[in-house]
Design a protein around this ligand. Structure first.
Ligand code: GLP
Length: 263
């Protein structure tokens, strides 16, 4: 697990975006795994800037989003489909037909989950999966106690997650309590995983992810199994980690190595 500690949220977004830029430049038909929440927005803004300055094209890119609320359709303003359209897709040259988000209004949600898995397989698999993290260590909507081998399925949200996400809903608007989410097993199959976290309220989840036991109680801890996972965090989110200086040292050495290899 590579842990990169940076000064602030802006640096986190830039570092994360650079990984996606490199990936798309290397393979224009990359398959991206995308995430919602407030954390990835700054990274999406960086990608939009690259597109607008003609440094990047998404015309051949395919994307799969991690999750969606169950019980609302894609045109609902709080749906993750709507979020992705507004925060990223409408600003870049991606073909909307190549963007997949689980359907929150599927008539047969269980079939829709199986189809989603099949679509990911048919695309050749996800090259880089972007992740945020919940305060309770969830990734996607894989809440604590999720099987570490789980696949795309319907998940019940914890009260903590409902409360955390209530800020996006109007006061008397009904808020979904169920979701469709890629499973932890699905996420672990991505060739590379990039997890972003900023702010002190993510510090406990980050220390549990990086230096805790691998346990379903902290779903993100399963990333310790992944051979190519990068955890990009700001000082505040890193504040409970032990050996922070060692992580900084590793990163400096990695940078030197990449430079000398011309990567
Ligand atoms: C939601 C999403 C997660 C996201 C989490 C954290 O629950 N399903 O994918 O990581 O929120 O969001 P934020 O970045 O706003 O803290």
């Amino acid at each position: 697990m590579k842990v990169v500690i940076l000064e602030d949220a802006e640096a986190v977004a830039k570092y994360g975006a650079a990984i996606f830029v490199k990936q798309i430049q290397k393979k224009p038909s990359s398959v991206l795994g995308l995430a919602t929440g407030s954390t990835p927005v700054a990274l999406y803004n960086e990608l939009i800037k690259k597109y607008q300055s003609n440094q990047l094209s998404f015309s051949q890119v395919k994307s799969f989003n991690l999750d969606e609320y169950l019980g609302i359709s894609g045109d609902h303003p709080q749906s993750y489909r709507h979020f992705m359209n507004e925060k990223l897709f409408k600003h870049i040259d991606i073909n909307k037909k190549n963007t997949a988000v689980p359907s929150g209004d599927a008539k047969h949600p269980l079939d829709a989950c199986e189809e989603y898995e099949q679509m990911i397989k048919n695309s050749g698999g996800i090259d880089v999966q972007l992740l945020g993290i919940g305060r309770n260590g969830h990734i996607g909507f894989n809440e604590p106690s999720s099987s570490l081998g789980s696949r795309t399925r319907v998940k019940t949200l914890t009260q903590e997650t409902i409360d955390d996400n209530a800020r996006f809903f109007a006061e008397n608007e009904s808020q979904p309590h169920l979701s469709i989410t890629m499973g932890i097993g699905t996420i672990l199959e991505a060739k590379q995983v990039v997890l972003l976290a900023t702010g002190e309220n993510k510090a406990q989840a980050i220390v549990d992810t990086v230096q805790g036991y691998i346990t379903a109680q902290c779903p993100a801890s399963a990333l310790q199994f992944h051979a190519n996972a990068v955890i990009i965090i700001d000082e505040a989110a890193a504040s409970l980690l032990k050996n922070r200086e060692f992580f900084r040292h590793i990163e400096r050495e990695n940078q030197k190595l990449e430079k000398s290899l011309g990567l």
